[in-house]
Design a protein around this ligand. Structure first.
Ligand code: ADP
Ligand code: MG
Length: 535
């Protein structure tokens, strides 16, 4: 349980700990998104709405428990009074207040079930202040056991046959592996399908690792080309939203055939008219597809023109990134930074990332080898969630496989949203490595000299460009303030050394503040800070 205590929920957190529930106290509700989240009334709950929206839009299970004002003071202007159940409806699958304390178990069961059945999502349970001190009549409690694990649904067998036949006739097939595949633990079956049928695949940002990024069939380095020329695309739990350019031309062929697999029936057919829809759990449906190819084996030829096109494009794109990474000029560029980080990262680490270029470029260089080991700004593009994710991942890692590391790669702007969670990291002594990729701004900033020339601090509000943050901010000192280790890094050697030390020392949280070129690599323009960098 994550949360921020206060009136009226402090006793709930204490009682939870007494029951053996781990409680992690955060500094702001916006960062306490994973698992169960305990918040105070009014403003506390309102801060949590951002986290709830983030979870719900990403289809993640989340249960928020909010204290609310006393029932007999409602409408009287009670302390932190707010229509919380109604407010949460837009952000959740289920939002309710138990009618009595005897009803609490029933509502909890329903919330848990709603959060994990079908398309997962967020749920809200409202606990009025007066409930916290009431005594329950034990005999009248509707003792409900918690729900069964979600039932597994399978696709119609005729649709499975149709899908296999469309795939067999593809000249330029492509699999897109989304978060849904990760949620359903479909890594083994999808990998078999990829290998047995020799299919190129493309992971979405959080689908990374379901099949490892270094698998020979991964065509991430030719993403645009693969999307643009595929004639049949199988979507494994990935929505055709902005991340996948809505499935529309010019990013796709106008007549591309989509085979869509999803657990949510209403999702099927969004933005395109699919050729085949497979409604069901990704893992179960992938196995159904495998059966088809076991019965009548089929393989996309290794020497096809399609593979040739993709491999050539991958090679040339990789050469461009390598060249950028090898640039010796200072300050470093994004590619140089990520190249050095990738060299040292343990293969089993969790990678958390948020920011604009930091996240987008980082994703192309930093490799994932395990499913469910990448967390980022996600479908909602939320900033401020990274440190909360890193904390949750570190707690899971500590329990399941001690020694496993969490690296949290933040833009300097992204870090600012929840920077005080560094205190949380130090309080629980979580061996997280925070890497702040610092370009002095949002998208881009000024170097110190340009800042001095351009900014008149007598008139700061009209002369500081909106995307600029203070140049050369020492974010590493946020970490040292709480007893962790901080590094201010300007060269590849300093980056390598600090990262090596951080990885060796598993007992202390670290923050490595890496200064990079504040302007993008594009040539200077007259009003360059007014043009968005090419994301
Ligand atoms: P990505 O960001 O990776 O493209 P999205 O969040 O857009 O992924 O899509 C994930 C999809 O996966 C959602 O449409 C959701 O309904 C679906 N999904 C979630 N869990 C499962 C599951 N176990 N089986 C099938 N589909 C799932
Ligand atoms: Mg920045």
């Amino acid at each position: 349980m994550f949360g921020v205590v206060g009136i009226p929920v402090t006793e709930i957190a204490l009682a939870a700990q007494e029951l053996g529930i781990k409680y992690i106290g955060m500094r702001n509700e916006q960062a306490s998104l994973p698992g169960a989240c305990l918040v105070v009334s009014g403003p506390g709950l309102i801060h949590a709405l951002g986290g709830m929206a983030n979870a719900n839009i990403n289809c993640w299970p989340l249960i928020v428990i909010g204290g609310s004002s006393e029932r007999n003071q409602e409408t009287m202007g009670a302390f932190q009074e707010f229509p919380q159940v109604e407010a949460c409806r837009l952000y959740t699958k289920f939002s309710a207040r138990p009618s009595s304390i005897e009803h609490i178990p029933l509502v909890i069961e329903k919330a848990v079930r709603n959060s994990i059945y079908g398309r997962p999502g967020a749920c809200y349970i409202d606990i009025p202040a007066d409930f916290v001190t009431l005594q329950a009549n034990v005999t009248s409690i509707k003792h409900k056991e918690c729900c069964m694990p979600p039932p597994v649904s399978m696709a119609e067998s005729s649709a499975v046959c149709a899908a296999a036949s469309v795939l067999r006739n593809a000249k330029q097939p492509l699999l897109i592996i989304g978060k849904g595949a990760a949620y359903s633990h479909a890594e083994d079956s999808i990998r078999k399908l990829v290998e047995q049928c020799n299919l190129p695949f493309l992971p979405t940002p959080m689908g990374k690792g379901v099949v490892p990024d270094n698998h020979p069939n991964c065509v991430s380095a030719a993403r645009s080309r693969a999307l643009q020329f595929a004639d049949v695309i199988v979507l494994f739990g990935a929505r055709l939203n902005w991340i996948l350019h809505f499935g529309l031309p010019p990013r796709y062929q106008a007549d591309v055939k989509f085979i869509q697999i999803d657990i949510c029936a209403e999702e099927l057919g969004n933005n395109v008219r699919p050729s085949v829809t497979l409604l069901g759990d990704i893992n179960a449906v992938s196995k159904q597809l495998l059966e088809q190819f076991d019965k009548t084996p089929w393989q996309h030829p290794t020497d096809s023109q399609w593979w040739k096109t993709l491999r050539e494009k991958m090679k040339s794109n990789e050469a461009v990134s390598k060249e950028l990474a090898s640039k010796k000029s200072l300050p470093m560029n994004y590619y140089t930074v990520f190249y050095h980080v990738q060299e040292q990262l343990p293969k089993d680490c969790f990678i958390v990332s948020e920011g604009a270029n930091t996240m987008d470029i980082g994703r192309t260089v930093l490799q994932n080898y395990l499913p469910r080991h990448r967390l980022d700004a996600g479908s909602f593009g939320t900033m401020g969630v990274g440190l909360g994710f890193a904390i949750a991942a570190a707690i899971v890692a500590k329990e399941r496989s001690p020694g496993q590391r969490v690296i949290c790669v933040e833009g300097d702007s992204a870090f600012g949203f929840s920077g005080m969670e560094v205190e949380t990291i130090c309080r629980y002594n979580l061996p997280i490595i925070l890497l702040v990729v610092n370009n002095n701004g949002i998208y881009q900033g000024f170097d110190a000299d340009t800042w001095k020339k351009m900014v008149n601090l007598e008139d700061a509000t009209t002369t500081v460009p909106p995307m600029c943050l203070l140049p050369n901010s020492h974010y590493e000192q946020v970490m040292t303030a709480f007893g962790g280790r901080g590094y201010f890094v300007q060269t590849p050697e300093e980056l390598q050394n600090s990262l090596r030390q951080a990885l060796q020392d598993t007992s202390t949280p670290c923050l490595i503040n890496v200064m990079i070129e504040p302007q993008s690599t594009r040539k200077a323009q007259d009003f360059h800070w007014l043009t968005r960098s090419n994301m």
